[in-house]
Design a protein around this ligand. Structure first.
Ligand code: URA
Length: 478
């Protein structure tokens, strides 16, 4: 039996180096055990032998490395063995990672999802308490993550709370931001964090005022905010009381006068607007541009669309995000990214510490291209020619908004910004310095939403969030 000693519970580099050497030596998974720290050797009848490093390369896909980096953060004691088993099999089964019905792969994907969820919960449920005043002021939070996600998630807080000195204490370790550097320290105890502060009452009042009793779904709420987190959430002590009062408040809402009808239905029935306006004049500002866009006849897509969907956001913005084209919901409402892809985008923006209101959000193609099937209007990918016709608008938007970085989500957006076809897989995750400004290419949220392979969906989602994080880092650095 070979025993590998890892430096810590999340020692991915140690695991990777040892696993690669063991695989090259041909040491089967059943003959390897991974131990964190010094542990005891020889328990299984054989002395630990040093791992021999061989120079040959052992190549595995990026998808496996990304998955393994997440799985290592899971609390399951068998995670190192599971990953080594998958690595072992990859040489003979190079596409194994795509076989989601395989027991090992399914388990690894599930573990990666649990880790991602734990990181998401950490972003949502960390509550800082103030300590000290003036230069000595610090914000301290105690948090018990479901998995070992402190180091994965701390950069989010660095981006989100750049101007605050803060520490997050957990039983696994601590993270500290002193306005200059993010550092990590040893595990802490709950008693090390302040138990209450004066900001807490404001927060509880805010929480109670945003609680909508008619939306109360106790089960869904507990799935989103599992009870295990309640003990460290100041607002949690209000929950039982609010649930108890919910029925009465709902009755009051039901008897109140009816609200205005939904505008969406009027829009569906509304006659098509007169689209005879030509747009030879170069718009001087976004208002002119949006008005002219309503009459765009540069390609035939306007004929079947309800309306052109203009970009939204500040008139000048440091970040412009470009999608492909409006979908069904966007076509009806006139607003970009309000449907399911918009939800994926919103989630990733939060993960990256970005505020949607600060971003100029637009599309490479401004009209909804679709085909009608029964009662449904199904998205159709715009052609290269349609994207190229619409680039006139996108270029003008960029000249007016003057973003310091443009993010292209997906290949249509990338074509819109580059003027020629590029491969998202090859270019994504890098800032490309171009004569008309820097561009970062990433996945389109619909790819994450619709990819048939769950492992690929998870990988792409994490990559998408990382790419938006890179956009934040880039903007913080310029
Ligand atoms: N997909 C896009 O690319 N843009 C939208 O506005 C909505 C969905």
């Amino acid at each position: 039996m070979r025993t590998v000693h890892l430096d810590s519970e999340t020692d991915f580099d140690g695991w990777r180096e040892a696993a690669r050497s063991l695989r090259l030596e041909g040491i089967e998974p059943a003959r390897v055990r991974f131990v964190v720290g010094q542990g005891q050797d020889g328990l299984f009848g054989e002395e630990a032998a040093p791992v021999v490093h061989r120079p040959q390369a052992f190549k595995v896909s990026k998808a496996f490395v990304d998955l393994a980096q997440e799985v290592i953060l899971h609390r399951d004691a068998d995670r190192f063995d599971l990953l080594y088993r998958i690595l072992w099999r990859l040489q003979d089964e190079p596409s194994l990672i795509k076989v989601t019905s395989d027991r090992d792969v399914a388990r690894a994907v599930e573990m990666a999802k649990n880790v991602s969820r734990a990181s998401h919960k950490m972003k949502a449920f960390v509550r800082f308490r103030q300590q000290g005043e003036g230069d000595r002021q610090r914000w301290i939070a105690w948090f018990e993550p479901a998995h070992r996600v402190l180091e994965k998630t701390a950069p989010f807080f660095q981006r989100r709370y750049t101007n605050m000195r803060w520490s997050i204490l957990t039983p696994d370790g601590t993270a500290h931001w002193d306005l200059k550097a993010l550092t990590y320290g040893p595990p802490a105890r709950k008693e090390d964090a302040p138990q209450e502060d004066e900001v807490e009452d404001f927060w509880k009042t805010y929480y109670a005022s945003t609680f909508n009793p008619s939306r109360l779904r106790t089960k869904a709420m507990q799935a989103e905010m599992p009870k295990s987190y309640w003990k460290n959430l100041p607002e949690a002590e209000l929950i039982s009381e609010m649930i108890a009062g919910a029925t009465g408040r709902t009755e009051q809402m039901v008897t109140a006068p009816a609200p205005e009808p939904n505008r969406r239905f009027d829009q569906v029935r509304a006659p098509m607007v007169d689209r005879t306006v030509t747009n030879e004049v170069v718009p001087e500002d976004l208002d002119q541009l949006n008005a002219a866009l309503a009459g765009c006849r540069r390609c035939p897509l306007w004929r079947d669309a309800t309306q052109a969907v203009c970009g939204v956001g500040p008139k000048q913005s440091r970040l412009m995000i470009v999608g492909e084209q409006p979908g069904d919901n966007e076509d009806l409402s006139g607003q970009p990214f309000i449907g399911p892809a918009g939800e994926v985008l919103n989630h990733a923006l939060v993960e990256a510490g970005l505020n949607r209101d600060d971003i100029y959000l637009t599309n490479a193609v401004k009209h909804f291209k679709h085909t009608v099937r029964g009662r449904h209007r199904l998205h159709k990918t715009p052609s290269a020619a349609e994207i190229d016709h619409c680039r006139w608008w996108l270029n003008r938007e960029r000249e007016l908004v003057k973003p310091e970085l443009s993010v292209a989500m997906g290949s249509s957006a990338a074509r819109g910004l580059f003027g020629h076809t590029v491969s998202v897989g090859d270019l994504r995750g890098r800032i490309m310095h171009r004569p008309d400004g820097p561009v970062l290419v990433t996945y389109h949220p619909a790819y994450i939403l619709r990819h048939p392979d769950p492992a690929e969906r998870t990988r792409a989602k994490l990559a998408f969030e990382d790419d938006l994080g890179l956009a934040v880092d880039y903007l913080n650095a310029v």
